[in-house]
Design a protein around this ligand. Structure first.
Ligand SMILES: Nc1ncnc2c1ncn2[C@@H]1O[C@H](COP(=O)(O)OP(=O)(O)O)[C@@H](O)[C@H]1O
Length: 192
């Protein structure tokens, strides 16, 4: 499926604001892919499709998440906003005919991140947070960092999300903690 066909189909699945966010994420993913020598087409598709399950009702969300093949844990069940990544991975295959595992994993893990993230997974994780319609306080700092050092930008993005979830009194998904620790250890040269 080409990008224009994906856009048309995606428009039917998402509300206006989420569709605009998806186009913004696609553009940022494209720029980051060029900057960090990643496959631009893959980055654009992953950025465009990453939130395709965002507007599903809870029952459908659970159903698609369980069919994705991604391990669905108790934290995800008790915070269902964490299910749209895995559910999106399933829909990406079913509705958009996407079978590239790096694209599918970038969609599946775009909310939590995980240990050993690929370059594409990091690009989608960051692009989701820095796209132009995002307006939170430290967004400009993360935008700037994302074109200088992708790993540091992922850590900054995780810090921002972790603080936000804590302020809401929510549970932090452990994959985010593992991913963040790994990237910080790598940066300080203590991961080997
Ligand atoms: N690592 C995490 N652990 C727990 N909850 C999270 C985590 N990351 C994000 N969330 C929650 O999931 C929601 C959806 O995340 P995300 O898809 O990144 O945001 P958005 O819906 O703004 O695109 C966030 O608003 C937050 O409440």
């Amino acid at each position: 499926m080409n990008i224009d066909t994906i856009k048309e189909k995606l428009k039917e699945l998402l509300d206006e604001q989420r569709f605009v966010h998806s186009l913004g994420t696609m553009d940022c993913a494209m720029m980051l892919a060029k900057r960090f020598d990643e496959d631009v087409q893959k980055a654009m598709i992953a950025g465009l499709v990453h939130d395709c399950a965002k507007c599903l009702k809870k029952e459908e969300l659970l159903n698609c998440a369980f069919k994705s093949g991604i391990v669905i844990d108790n934290i995800m069940i008790s915070q269902p906003e964490l299910l749209h990544g895995p559910a999106g991975c399933y829909l990406a295959k079913e509705l958009f005919g996407i079978y590239d595992s790096d694209i599918l994993n970038s969609i599946a893990y775009h909310t939590t991140g995980r240990e050993n993230m690929t370059k594409l997974e990091k690009i989608i994780y960051v692009a989701d947070l820095i796209e132009p319609s995002r307006k939170f306080k430290s967004v400009e700092l993360i935008r700037k960092k994302s074109f200088e050092n992708l790993d540091k930008a992922v850590v900054m993005a995780m810090d921002n999300t972790i603080k936000y979830v804590i302020e809401k009194g929510g549970l932090i998904h452990p994959s985010t903690i593992f991913a963040r620790n790994q990237l910080i250890l790598k940066e300080s040269g203590e991961d080997s």
